[in-house]
Design a binder for this molecule. Structure first.
Ligand SMILES: [Zn+2]
Length: 187
């Protein structure tokens, strides 16, 4: 997540997804219409994203829900604030969720909702945490590992493969990123 995902022309999906052999990875229409149950969580993740920008971090936010839809953990990118290279929103939200979840680190049945497509580290963490589902907003053609540049989460060689809902409220989720980078270029 080094650049805003929508500040450059969207690549041809057929080439952006060349790292995956899953034709089903093509997101099609915004899945929020078919799955409105994740809208409140994505709105909360967006509020987290804006909190990251307040301390100079790239605005990405994440929320982990349990199987019943209860919020277990939230997080936003705080790499700059803390100097921690692993300080991505998803890692922070997964850690928070693991402390409140009944089964500890095994987030079986849980859903990771995040405003930007996870990178390789975060996609790997989601698989390791055994989340059932990843719902992400803006695609990240440059570093996304849930269908764009790579598809770490649905690699057939893995035992655990979370379901993915891509491009969920993607325009809303890209907005804080576009604002953040536009502001940074002006300065
Ligand atoms: Zn990440």
């Amino acid at each position: 997540m080094t650049d805003p995902p929508s500040a450059r022309p969207r690549p041809d999906p057929s080439t952006a997804r060349r790292g995956s052999d899953l034709s089903a990875a093509d997101p099609g229409p915004d899945p929020s219409a078919a799955h409105p149950e994740y809208v409140p969580a994505m709105r909360r993740a967006l509020a987290e994203a804006r909190a990251a920008a307040e301390h100079g971090d790239i605005p990405v936010g994440a929320v982990v829900l349990d199987a019943a839809g209860t919020v277990l953990g939230t997080g936003h990118n705080d790499r700059e604030r803390t100097g921690d290279p692993t300080g991505h929103a998803e890692i922070i939200a997964l850690r928070a969720a693991a402390t409140t979840h009944a089964d500890g680190w095994r987030l079986t049945g849980c859903t990771l909702v995040v405003t930007l497509e996870p990178c390789t580290m975060c996609a790997g963490a989601a698989v390791a945490a055994r989340v059932a589902r990843i719902v992400y907003g803006a695609p990240d053609p440059k570093a996304g590992a849930a269908g764009s540049l790579w598809d770490v989460v649905r690699d057939r060689r893995l035992n655990h493969r979370p379901e993915v809902l891509a491009d969920y409220l993607a325009a809303d989720c890209a907005e804080p990123l576009i604002e953040f980078f536009a502001h940074r270029r002006v300065r």
